[in-house]
Design a protein around this ligand. Structure first.
Ligand code: URA
Length: 234
């Protein structure tokens, strides 16, 4: 990768500002000032900026967002605010997208990333990554629902769902549901079979990573690579 692109990505500055840093001698490659923006940087090269530690370009970023109500799980939308809109000012040089969807009326853990392969893998039914939700119903949760989900229900359009776990909580209207697949409106349609409406749906967990309780609705933070790997844990 060219040095100017590397510096712009790593320091989250525009390409023009990266070029300025380089031509004014502020950027060192392997300890030497390098004023040429088109220098090719290899993975083993170390890049640093004057007065700063080594500038590490992260190949990809992984962001945990607590999605608020009313925001859509898309990269762009003509009408509504998207999950990407909530973070994009902090990542002007990245093309982030949500890995998976929550309905506009759902809340909770959304992963935003620019790592297409990772997103594809964790969403693939083959990987069986669990997603856990706290669901509030308009009617009490019943053992029939629990047993039906455990066997795998057939939706009205004939889609046969994989077995899913559902657990009662202290509140008869609240259920914890664990899915390993992501069919459109899956939870609402699963409960719909039992004439139960979903009043609230909040994603608590993806794989082995629980939504950070310190994140209020609309807040987000970057994940460490260890946390990102926890998502992929089966
Ligand atoms: N199932 C739904 O019905 N909605 C969601 O947002 C997620 C799972």
């Amino acid at each position: 990768m060219r040095l100017d692109k590397y510096v712009s990505d790593a320091m989250q500055v525009s390409r023009t500002n990266a070029k300025k840093l380089i031509v004014t001698g502020k950027v060192l490659v392997n300890g030497q000032v390098c004023r040429k923006g088109d220098t090719q940087i290899q993975p083993q090269d170390s890049v640093s900026a004057a007065g700063q530690e080594a500038v590490q370009r992260e190949e990809f970023v992984y962001i945990m967002l607590n999605k608020p109500l009313g925001v859509v799980s898309a990269r762009t939308d003509k009408r509504d605010t998207t999950v990407t809109d909530l973070v994009k000012d902090s990542f002007p040089r990245r093309t982030l997208f949500p890995a998976g969807r929550l309905d506009k009326t759902s809340t909770g853990f959304i992963l935003l990333t620019d790592d297409g392969t990772f997103a594809h893998n964790i969403l693939s039914p083959k990987w069986h990554i669990e997603k856990e939700y706290l669901v509030t119903l308009d009617t009490p949760f019943t053992p029939q629902m629990q047993e039906g989900f455990a066997k795998g229900v057939t939706l009205v359009d004939g889609t046969v769902l994989a077995p899913a776990q559902a657990f009662e909580t202290d509140n008869p209207f609240e259920v914890r549901v664990i899915l390993t697949q992501g069919v459109y409106h899956q939870i609402k349609r699963m409960f719909g079979i039992y004439d139960a409406g979903v009043n609230k749906l909040h994603r608590l967990r993806m794989g082995g990573l629980i939504l950070d309780q310190n994140l209020d609705a609309g807040q987000w933070r970057k994940l460490t690579l260890q946390e990102k790997d926890l998502i992929a844990k089966r």
